[in-house]
Design a protein around this ligand. Structure first.
Ligand SMILES: NC(=O)c1ccc[n+]([C@@H]2O[C@H](COP(=O)([O-])OP(=O)(O)OC[C@H]3O[C@@H](n4cnc5c(N)ncnc54)[C@H](O)[C@@H]3O)[C@@H](O)[C@H]2O)c1
Length: 333
């Protein structure tokens, strides 16, 4: 089976490539045999893409890397040809950047996805797995979202993801394409660019600096280890039903303030290192996913507890300064 992974040099996409090639960050328990003959990574290498993320699988004869933009129809057409499956991670992925400027989010997330879908349609690609987010549902005060919940995104990032998510499902309904959508909660783990809250806080703390906590710190997120996320995606790729949406969560809801406390403790720092900052504009209060569907249909359960996952992640950032230190000075534009 020939698998194309877009955004495979990013945080989550690179773990998916490691899983496909037999070198994941955790055990592949419950994951059906993947056995790819070719894994092609198509990645533009934006500020968040990094070839070093693929170091563990570098040299695997099945791995092919193409540097290119998913918005470029010529490149996409050439790369998509001959693949049986596309797993589509490539995106602009940081909410704060989308508040500062939405244009690259609309271009890559919406137009880029449409460009890929059109190429997959032309080439008769067997299966298209679109990686979406729980942020497309908006914010929820009580209870949890099932996959049939209406979409009500609040940030330019989540609106662009909702656009691509609905577009992918429309290609199934309109053209009968074998498209599946996954919507996951907040990921964390090794190789995450140090602008998202966990790697930002850990790297700042390891550097002896302070960490910015938004608003009252009461926003609630469900944390999912990147390896568990990729196990869930593999189950969807192998056993999911065409045209279906699958939520993938970690079952670990907690406030940002509580998370901050855990990270301070893991890094041996105190609350004097926390600087309260003005809340993010339009900050969603709470995310909560119902994962009954993927659990009952495909046998998914998260395998990494938050305690263990955070401890492993902090240790990874302690031991891999050469990976993240240069990224802290990457221009943010
Ligand atoms: N990180 C999370 O917590 C989270 C949560 C829910 C959903 N997601 C989704 O998962 C996917 C992966 O997220 P991530 O955290 O790994 O992001 P990331 O920013 O670490 O990686 C994105 C990758 O896409 C590549 N890319 C960006 N624009 C491109 C373009 N135009 N053409 C080709 N490649 C391009 C980048 O170079 C990078 O390698 C995204 O679709 C994101 O929306 C992420």
């Amino acid at each position: 089976m020939r698998i194309l992974v877009t955004g495979g040099a990013g945080f989550i996409g690179s773990e998916y490539v490691r899983l496909l090639l037999g070198k994941p960050l955790g055990s592949a328990d419950g994951v059906p045999p993947l056995e790819p003959t070719v894994v092609t990574v198509l990645d533009k290498l934006t500020y968040s893409g990094n070839l070093a993320n693929l170091d563990l699988v570098r040299g695997d004869p099945r791995l092919r890397f193409v540097q290119g933009d998913i918005c470029d129809p010529t490149t996409v057409d050439e790369v998509v040809a001959g693949h049986d499956v596309i797993v589509h991670f490539a995106a602009e992925s940081h909410v704060d950047r989308s508040i500062a400027g939405a244009a690259p989010f609309v271009t890559t997330n919406v137009l880029g996805t449409q460009t890929l879908l059109d190429a997959a349609l032309r080439h008769g690609t067997g299966r298209f797995v679109h990686i979406s987010t729980d942020e497309v549902y908006g914010s929820i005060d009580d209870g949890s979202w099932t996959e049939t919940w209406p979409l009500a995104p609040n940030s330019p990032y989540s609106a662009s993801k909702a656009g691509s998510d609905l577009l992918a499902l429309a290609y199934h309904r309109t053209h009968g394409m074998d498209v599946l959508v996954t919507r996951c909660s907040n990921n964390y783990g090794p190789y995450q660019f140090p602008e998202k809250v966990i790697p930002l806080f850990v790297s700042n703390l390891l550097d002896g600096g302070t960490v910015p906590l938004y608003g009252d710190g009461g926003n609630i997120r469900d944390w999912l280890h990147v390896h568990d996320h990729c196990r869930g995606i593999a189950m969807v790729q192998q056993k999911g039903r065409a045209g279906e949406v699958y939520n993938i969560g970690g079952g670990t809801e907690l406030t940002n303030k509580k998370l901050t406390g855990l990270l301070l403790e893991a890094c041996g720092a105190g609350w004097d290192r926390v600087v309260p900052v003005t809340d993010r504009k339009g900050h969603d209060r709470r995310y909560s996913l119902d994962i009954t569907k993927i659990s009952e249909e495909l046998g998914y359960t998260p395998s990494i507890t938050l305690d263990r996952g955070l401890a492993d992640t902090v240790r990874w950032y302690q031991n891999n300064r050469t990976w993240w230190e240069p990224l802290k000075t990457t221009p943010t534009a």
